[in-house]
Design a protein around this ligand. Structure first.
Ligand code: ADP
Length: 252
């Protein structure tokens, strides 16, 4: 390739980058959004991690004090395992994310866990709940039943990366993937390359399934990392929107 051609290619890349409305400065608070096609919405939650060793006895750890924040119907028989105590989405945040999808017919949650998000989606639409761990989905079914939304949910035990694009139309894929363990808290900026599965693979899978993706990621990630991944992986997304939310700012 000639030098001028290389330069042209580089300029083209730069212009493409500029056309993406990436917010490089994040402010605490809620940015309400529209519902454009081919979008990625990154909801970045405040970082929570277990400060003490968890046991299967919830009474002994601090998360138990947050039980009604995780599930307002906790006392009606909600089931969580150790991992879920600290990874499940707080109900008010899950309500906010579900409200974004209120006009959807079908949403897929690729990392459904015990159902914090799935239950809230299911108040508005049908939900395909995917998780690699069968026991999580059993707890999800129990929890969804307590909220009276089980009939809107179909559980799929599988690796999200293996999920074929369905014949039915999925409006939005929601992904709250594993962040790679509490080690990420030692760094000021979340190291996205530590994620397993890789965010590239997750986004590729999301893109096959639906035009819109919502990611739920730690607040200390660098938005430009998302933007680079989308450019480098040649994904079709045309708009990236970031919302930084906390329990205080999540309103529905
Ligand atoms: P976090 O780091 O947000 O706490 P978790 O480690 O709790 O994330 O993972 C969230 C959920 O994703 C868990 O229920 C786990 O079983 C599920 N999960 C992990 N990997 C996959 C995968 N490849 N496909 C589907 N579900 C997965």
């Amino acid at each position: 390739m000639t030098k001028s051609r290389v330069k042209k290619e580089e300029d083209k890349k730069k212009n493409n980058l500029k056309s993406l409305p990436v917010l490089s400065t994040l402010k605490e608070g809620l940015h309400l959004i529209g519902n454009p096609p081919l979008s990625v919405i990154c909801i970045m939650r405040k970082v929570h991690f277990p400060a003490i060793k968890l046991t299967s006895e919830p009474n002994t750890h601090k998360y138990f004090t947050q039980r009604y924040g995780l599930f307002s119907k906790y006392d009606e028989g909600i089931q969580l395992d150790d991992e879920s105590w600290y990874s499940v989405t707080h109900e008010i945040i899950a309500q906010h994310i579900a409200y974004i999808c209120r006009n959807c017919s079908i949403v897929m949650d690729g990392f459904a866990g015990v159902g914090g998000n799935v239950i809230q989606f299911a108040k508005y639409c049908k939900v395909l709940a995917v998780d690699i761990d069968k026991s999580k989905l059993e707890m999800l079914e129990n929890n969804a039943n307590i909220y009276g939304v089980l009939s809107n949910i179909k559980c799929i035990v599988d690796d999200f990366l293996n999920i074929p694009s369905h014949n039915c139309r999925v409006d939005v894929v929601f992904a709250s993937p594993p962040w790679g363990g509490p080690g990420y808290l030692n760094s000021r900026v979340f190291d996205i390359s530590e994620m397993a599965p890789k965010l590239q693979e997750i986004l590729r899978a999301c893109e096959k399934i639906a035009e819109n993706t919502i990611l739920y990621l730690p607040k200390n990630l660098d938005p430009l990392d998302i933007y680079r991944i989308i450019m480098e992986t040649h994904l079709k997304y045309k708009k990236i929107e970031f919302q930084v939310i906390s329990k205080a700012s999540a309103v529905s």
